[in-house]
Design a protein around this ligand. Structure first.
Ligand SMILES: C[S@@+](CC[C@H](N)C(=O)[O-])C[C@H]1O[C@@H](n2cnc3c(N)ncnc32)[C@H](O)[C@@H]1O
Length: 510
């Protein structure tokens, strides 16, 4: 422990209330940087643990989070930091006394305790009286499990977002499907997937506690829209060629830019002759050989082949994503707010509206209600999501394609909605350029996406988990970056709002 880190700890402990955050970040910065330990960190851990007994409640939670960050920075190794942090277990458990579920300090304790699988039974016994909700409890439980590579049949992978408790209704067929790919993983792949899942539960719990310590108890917002649930609807079945033919004037071949010809269910490029197949009622206009998912062992890609993945995505995974990545723990943005935003901006547009990165279609249905389904095209590279979209909106033309090579003529679209999707794309700047090319003058782009947090600790929680197409974590952007790409593409921002860590904006091609 250097003199410097002792001083930083003391200054943090003694800081005035309005200086706590700055002093905390100085302390964190001395021990941890962007997910890695600094040289001073291992020796400082015992003093951080001791300090827990000397500071007020507004700082205890911050120190607990710092300890969790330090253990994660050392992981998957469990070395000096793990051992020194674990030595404080009695103190952490004592802090649980008198706590209740949902309190910020409880959340910070649950986050830190999730790092000690060696003390699993003791910790679970200690939290038993807290009556934790199923999500927090299941994340804690998963953090306290160790991988048993000798029993791959008993290993569950890719079922932790936003909590293992959300995956308890899986069918036998789902489990069998999981086992079919898990059993083929090498020991290294198994360990890597397990570790990725662990990071997912820890960063979610950490982000939640971090937010709660600054804003109070998180709240959960429900979705009251008629579009909420498409489970009772039948599969939409085969193509209605009309759905594509009415867009014949603007659809283009992704390989050569030629126009398309529509004969019965056959769709060809009039210029290069390529046939563009239709599967599950979705027209495949992906550029030759392009695939959304990375490797064959992409766990989330595997999950996407579950039949009800669209429903799970919209009702469980997406709200969790808005909470952690969008800092929407207080429910600043509700599904009804999103519906209103889209209806008000797109409802007055005259012409074809593209829903870019439409996913499972809950918000495509809102646009279709606002402008009429015959004027909407839904585009996404993920066929599993689009087949779910078709249940709700069978009249909407569905195209499997990439934002990086939009299969539309120049100046052809009245509006493009890119809702909760820019951050999922491999090159957001290129996607914005493509949107601008396809928008006609006066056309608008509506966007909801996320802003990279200026706070390095929250930023770590926001971006560290791996996602389909983003195995090394999320690339989030600042508002300035997104605005500069819009300007570079010739789009003018007409309005922008920044609730939580989100960005909702409307831009126009003048
Ligand atoms: C988080 S989902 C958003 C779905 C929906 N718009 C919503 O608001 O819930 C992001 C979507 O972007 C899609 N996506 C990823 N890469 C893309 C690309 N290159 N072009 C178009 N969409 C892409 C994904 O397949 C996914 O369905």
């Amino acid at each position: 422990m250097t003199q410097w880190t002792t001083e930083l700890l003391d200054t943090f402990a003694a800081a005035e209330a309005d200086g706590v955050e700055d002093e905390y970040l100085r302390l964190v910065g001395a021990l941890w940087k962007d997910g890695a330990l600094t040289e001073s960190a291992p020796a400082a851990v015992p003093s951080v643990v001791t300090k827990l007994g000397e500071v007020g409640e507004d700082r205890v939670g911050r120190l607990l989070i710092l300890l969790g960050l330090l253990i994660e920075a050392e992981a998957p190794v469990e070395g000096a930091v793990y051992t020194a942090a674990r030595a404080g277990l009695d103190r952490y458990l004592a802090l649980l006394d008198g706590r209740a579920d949902g309190e910020p300090l409880t959340l910070a304790l649950v986050y830190l305790l999730s790092h000690f699988p060696d003390d699993r039974s003791r910790i679970l016994a200690a939290v038993a009286g807290l009556d934790l909700g199923p999500d927090d409890r299941s994340r804690l439980d998963r953090g306290l499990q160790r991988l048993n590579p000798a029993d791959p049949a008993g290993v569950s992978l890719g079922r932790t977002w936003p909590s293992p408790a959300e995956w308890t209704t899986m069918t036998e067929a789902d489990h069998a499907f999981d086992q079919s790919w898990i059993s083929k993983l090498t020991p290294e792949q198994l360990a890597k997937r397990w570790y990725d899942d662990t990071v997912m539960v820890l960063t979610y719990s950490g982000g939640k506690a971090h937010w709660a310590l600054r804003h109070g108890r998180p709240t959960v917002v429900g979705d009251t829209s008629v579009h909420r649930d498409a489970r009772e609807r039948p599969d939409a079945g085969d193509i209605d060629a009309e759905a594509f033919a009415r867009h014949a004037g603007i659809l283009r071949c992704p390989d050569c830019g030629g126009g398309l010809t529509f004969g019965g269910t056959e769709i060809h490029c009039a210029r290069c002759g390529t046939e563009h197949p239709v599967r599950l009622g979705v027209l495949d206009l992906l550029p030759d050989g392009e695939s959304m998912f990375g490797g064959a062992d992409d766990a989330m890609a595997k999950a996407a082949s579950m039949k009800t993945v669209g429903h799970f995505y919209e009702t469980v995974a997406r709200p969790g994503f808005l909470r952690l990545v969008g800092s929407n723990w207080g429910g600043e943005v509700t599904p009804a707010d999103e519906d209103r935003y889209l209806t008000e901006r797109l409802g007055r547009v005259d012409g074809t509206v593209l829903d870019l990165g439409a996913g499972a279609g809950r918000w495509t249905a809102v646009i279709a209600d606002a402008v009429g389904p015959e004027r909407v095209i839904a585009l996404d590279p993920n066929l599993a999501m689009l087949s779910w979209l078709r249940r709700r909106s069978p009249e909407v033309a569905c195209v499997q394609a990439s934002a990086l090579a939009l299969p539309f003529a120049d100046d052809s679209l009245a509006a493009v909605n890119c809702w909760n999707a820019l951050q999922a794309m491999p090159d957001a700047r290129a996607a914005i350029g493509e949107v601008a090319r396809c928008l006609r003058p006066g056309g608008i782009m509506t966007v909801m996406t996320y802003r990279l947090s200026p706070d390095p600790v929250y930023r770590y929680f926001q971006t560290t988990s791996s996602w389909p197409g983003h195995p090394d974590g999320l690339d989030l952007y600042t508002e300035e970056q997104i605005r500069s790409w819009l300007a570079e593409a010739g789009l003018t921002v007409r309005e922008a709002a920044t609730p939580g860590a989100m960005l909702m904006l409307t831009a126009e091609r003048p």
